[in-house]
Design a protein around this ligand. Structure first.
Ligand code: GUN
Length: 288
């Protein structure tokens, strides 16, 4: 039986539509959500991501403040810009597009972003709160994966979730979010000896590796929900995920496509976090 497609594009559009209405209401109260996007250098993939983020801001009424600066920018110059944005009351959220050009210290830059404006959820405070199960900004890609699961009525409670990939920005936070929803979670990575056997135990199989066809059809349990969080470009220039989609869809119960799955959801959750930041900056009570 072929899997049901999880339409991330549609789930993301629904989230953006709700946010648009909420932003109109906020504006009537004098609250204008604003996002600063910092792009250092001319990485083509980063330019594309940043353009999508600016488009989403324009569509729903978030003010976007673009800072496109050269790859020759020095660490002190970049830190100075972050400090300016931290102190700018028009800016509710700050996003520094990664990766940064060689020679710049990503960790120092990300840690410099005020925790109140860390809409990426990559900083120590956001990640610490996630571990502690306290309200805070949740990293957009894993948050988006959870929202897709939720939108299709897949309840992680009591299920076995397997995540392939242990990155700080996807694999680890996703494991914590699935734990929060009472799944039993296994995290696999490059040194996991029996990846196929581990994946075959998954009711929810999440791939966040960054390598095409890491998950082949024979690694998918019959009826599993397959959440593909990879974005890779093939030698032919095609965008694909980490999962061999055509083979996996024959065994999965649900599957996310790439493109049209995790990508648009990441941007929708960035908008969500920016609205959240604006409400918190205005002293509003938020429910997170
Ligand atoms: N580079 C690729 N994905 C992301 C993301 O979600 N946030 C940031 N800041 N950089 C990225």
């Amino acid at each position: 039986m072929a899997a049901q497609l999880i339409d991330g594009k549609k789930v993301a559009a629904d989230i953006r539509a709700k946010l648009k209405i909420e932003i109109e209401e906020l504006k009537s109260k004098g609250i204008h959500p604003g996002l600063a996007v910092v792009l250092v250098g001319e990485n083509p993939a980063s330019q594309k991501y940043v353009a999508s983020k600016e488009k989403a801001c324009a569509e729903i009424g978030v003010a976007s403040f673009a800072h496109k600066i050269p790859a020759t920018t020095t660490q002190p110059e970049l830190i100075k810009l972050i400090d300016q944005l931290n102190n700018d009351t028009k800016v509710d959220g700050i996003l520094v597009q990664l990766p940064l050009p060689k020679g710049l210290d990503e960790k120092e830059v990300m840690n410099r972003i005020s925790p109140a404006k860390d809409v990426d959820g990559f900083g120590p405070e956001a990640l610490g709160k996630l571990v502690l199960d306290e309200p805070g900004f949740v990293a957009c890609t894993p948050h988006g994966a959870m929202k897709m699961i939720e939108a299709y009525g897949i309840d992680p409670k009591g299920k076995h979730a397997v995540i392939v990939g242990r990155s700080v920005i996807v694999g680890k936070p996703l494991a914590l979010l699935l734990l929060r929803k009472h799944a039993t979670v296994t995290i696999c990575h490059s040194r996991t000896p029996n990846l196929k056997e581990e994946c075959l135990r998954a009711d929810i199989l999440c791939a966040a590796v960054g390598k095409a066809k890491t998950i082949t059809g024979d690694m998918v349990k019959e009826g599993a929900a397959v959440i593909d969080i990879g974005i890779n470009v093939t030698p032919e220039g095609k965008i694909v995920g980490d999962v061999d989609f055509d083979a996996a869809k024959e065994r999965a119960g649900y599957i996310t496509p790439v493109p049209g799955g995790a990508g648009p959801m990441t941007i929708a959750m960035l908008m969500y976090n920016t609205v959240l930041a604006a409400k918190m900056a205005a002293g509003m009570k938020v429910d997170i």
